[in-house]
Design a protein around this ligand. Sequence first.
Ligand SMILES: [Zn+2]
Ligand SMILES: [Zn+2]
Length: 304
Amino acid sequence: MFKVDFYVPLIKAVRSGINGHQKLKALILSFINSLEIDERLCYLNILANITLVPAAADPSTSTPKTNLSSSGIARSRKRIVKNVKQEEDETPLKNLKLSYPAETSSIDSSLSLFDQQPSPQNSSDVNFDIVEYSHNGKLDRKLLVFTSNDQQQCYEFLFNRIKCCYRCIKCLAQKKHTDIKATIHDDGSKTFDFNGEEHVCEPYYYVPESYESSLIIKSPNFLYTKRLNNGKMFRVLIIFADEEKNMCYQFGFDSYEKHFTCHRCKRQKRTVMARFIQHNGETSIELNSLQHICEPQKYIPDTL
Ligand SMILES: [Zn+2]
Ligand SMILES: [Zn+2]
């Protein structure tokens, strides 16, 4: 009876008054030390059971029970442990939005990649464009490299998938490989190495009407963000479909292919992909196609 009616409430009283009760604390310690070894262990166990449970999580602190037996303490401790465990399990699902900065490292060690929008850097500042053009009734892509900023003349390059480079079409006709190497990075960005060999060809006069639209999306027509879904954080690239930013396409990151793809087109087995590039000194987006088969969705700003 001493344990339950006196000793337990005494320890709780000492514990709740963190800076006070120094005399009581000394009294309890000298009392435990005066006991035989078996008894001492028993009282130390009770002490540990009470003091090791965080005060806020201990339901008996706010509603003291006078008839608490030592087995009752063990039961309540077990229940507390279970509650704490449940909270840990539920944290990624329920509480992450609120406590996101502290939780990130436990979700994905590479999450620091998520925080910053990729900012690729080309070898040098070269004026270029990536355009669609009609070829045998199909749309294909060309890289145009202008000889000067006034965009009077340009060289045309086609992508060579085997070498992962862009090759000058006119130089190739003279059996010369004038290449611009493209490097794909883990964060889904792409950089261009313009320090290739000199052309043996003459540039074209640039006629914009010869090409379809540019595949380069400039700021602020896109937005890099992240979204929480089923306890996991995902990179999201939003490309606006209108100037008012009412409608958009959402792209998710494919870490295997290292590019972003349109969610809704992907469901219909079409790959509309996007990569971060550096264009005119600014981070921009390169698309492989402007032709979605999905419909743009209403843009709902992030509440994270
Ligand atoms: Zn050339
Ligand atoms: Zn789409």
